[in-house]
Design a protein around this ligand. Structure first.
Ligand code: SF4
Ligand code: SF4
Ligand code: SF4
Length: 467
């Protein structure tokens, strides 16, 4: 699909992609795309390598160079660099590893102690309070320094269902609101939930949370089969009730659907169902299941990448008619970044035991990956968090600049090497060698590029371009 022509920072960075219509010239750092014929693209690459060749070019090629130059294709751009220095204004709290569901593919063995016999536990309120103090104080300082910060964020997530610790969540929210008032800076509350909530919990969510994401497998039969409650019953009725209440309240929310091989063909149908039943939905996030955790002990398998792409594109057609945003995490052509997630800048995520992890999926000290991702803890005796700067420095190196495998990939500043927990399991960042997800990321990013181009008929030597 993509013949690569990348010219490094000393020259403009250009890639050549190919599809059934011919070559596409792509400058990711400048957000520039142009469709041309082979000779136009060849001229552009030759000029980008060595501008002195211009005088010897045919007039038609010179016209192409001038047209591309006017659009900025030959400008050099600095590579993106993630923020260094750990001064978070957002914390993600995992109140508990308990869970009311037993999803067949759960990466965290929710409700079963991570699969390693870890106890079911709940976060100490003081730990949550000190985490909130820390991000609120950073937000005040950064706001006063004028870096654009204007609030602090408290996200509730879990290696279980956070609302299984509802009493604690209430305390966390009330404390966050008090601190915001005391310091004079707004707080934003985000929640990710499996959606099996009581009326009281729903009332609380609607009254206090700004953003809500519900994990839902798209159709009643998949939800009941893959995401049963702890006793084995299906959970669709409960999650459907939650999402209807969010809709009645006019709340925009997101749905995350984990796609297994057995569900992949139904992706377009899932979009139809979700659009018909939950009209206030903001986005639907499809993610192929990753074979880890409880997935390894169930019959769930990852869908074939080519089939996932095909069904995703069909689902996208449906979603666009319904004005619904569809998302896959590795395809994000609008973003120019050097890291896939905040793992490299020390995402501040606190587990129920008070450990600080940079990665949502690595939340137990017994997980061998914790050696890499755990970089601090709540010290109850000192009543404060302590961080390991060496660990933070090492995490900072998990970026696409250090992933030679990605050098040739036109997605490298968008996908940025993908999820470190998945692709760097047990290996050094220099040994990154991609995964089956690369095929999906590249195909769907190419599709995003194609959609941005205007589809005018081409003439010899001409270019059609888009941002
Ligand atoms: S709801 Fe979340 S934590 Fe609980 S079993 Fe399902 S995937 Fe795991
Ligand atoms: S490394 Fe992967 S699993 Fe961990 S937080 Fe980032 S995206 Fe999530
Ligand atoms: S992980 Fe794969 S798709 Fe992502 S930037 Fe690297 S090579 Fe490209």
């Amino acid at each position: 699909m993509s013949g690569k022509e990348e010219l490094g920072q000393s020259s403009p960075e250009l890639f050549v992609l190919r599809d059934e219509e011919g070559p596409i010239l792509y400058a990711p750092l400048g957000h520039l795309i142009a469709r041309g014929n082979e000779s136009a693209v060849e001229a552009a690459l030759a000029y980008a390598r060595d501008p002195s060749v211009y005088d010897a070019m045919e007039p038609e090629a010179q016209a192409v160079i001038r047209a591309l130059g006017e659009r900025g294709f030959f400008e050099r751009h600095a590579y993106p660099r993630h923020e260094r220095g750990f001064r978070p204004t957002q914390v993600t709290l995992f109140p508990t590893n308990n869970c009311n569901l037993r999803c067949s593919y759960c990466y965290a063995f929710g409700g079963e102690g991570g699969g390693n016999g870890e106890p079911i536990t709940k976060m100490d309120l003081r730990c949550a309070q000190r985490a909130i103090d820390l991000v609120a104080q950073n937000a005040i300082e950064r706001r006063d320094e004028g870096d654009g910060t204007h609030n602090f964020l408290v996200s509730i997530h879990g290696n279980g269902e956070p609302f299984c610790a509802f009493d604690l969540i209430r305390e966390i929210v009330f404390y966050g609101q008090d601190i915001a008032e005391e310091l004079g800076i707004p707080v934003v509350f985000n929640a990710a939930s499996n959606g099996v909530l009581s009326e009281e919990q729903l009332d609380f969510v609607l009254a206090n949370f700004n953003n809500v994401n519900i994990s839902f497998d798209g159709l009643p039969e998949f939800q009941d089969a893959n995401r049963p409650v702890a006793g084995g019953r299906g959970s669709f009725a409960a999650v459907d009730h939650t999402m209807r209440r969010l809709c009645e309240a006019g709340l925009n929310f997101g749905i995350r659907t984990t796609v297994t091989a057995g569900m992949v063909d139904a992706m377009p149908r899932i979009v139809e169902f979700v659009a018909a039943h939950y009209p206030t939905i903001e986005q639907l996030h499809f993610e192929p299941v990753w074979e880890c955790g409880r997935c390894l002990t169930s019959s769930n398998t990852m869908p074939d990448s080519a089939v996932f792409v095909q069904r995703y594109l069909e689902a996208l057609e449906v979603a666009q008619k319904k004005h619904m945003r569809l998302v896959f995490s590795g395809a994000r052509q609008d973003m120019v970044v050097d890291t896939f997630c905040k793992v490299s800048s020390g995402s501040f995520t606190v587990t129920p035991t008070g450990d600080v992890t940079a990665c949502y999926e690595v939340s137990y000290a017994s997980d061998p990956r914790s050696e890499r991702f755990f970089f601090g803890r709540f010290d109850a005796a000192q009543d404060r968090f302590v961080f390991d700067q060496n660990k933070l420095d090492a995490l900072s190196e998990l970026n696409v600049h250090n992933m030679r495998f990605c050098d040739d990939c036109f997605c490298r500043w968008h996908c940025a090497g993908d999820c470190a927990a998945k692709v760097l399991d047990g290996i050094d960042v220099s040994e990154h060698h991609g995964s089956v997800r690369c095929e999906i990321s590249r195909a769907l990013t190419l599709n995003q590029i194609q959609r941005k181009l205007s589809w005018k008929p081409k003439e010899e030597g001409s270019l059609t371009d888009a941002r």
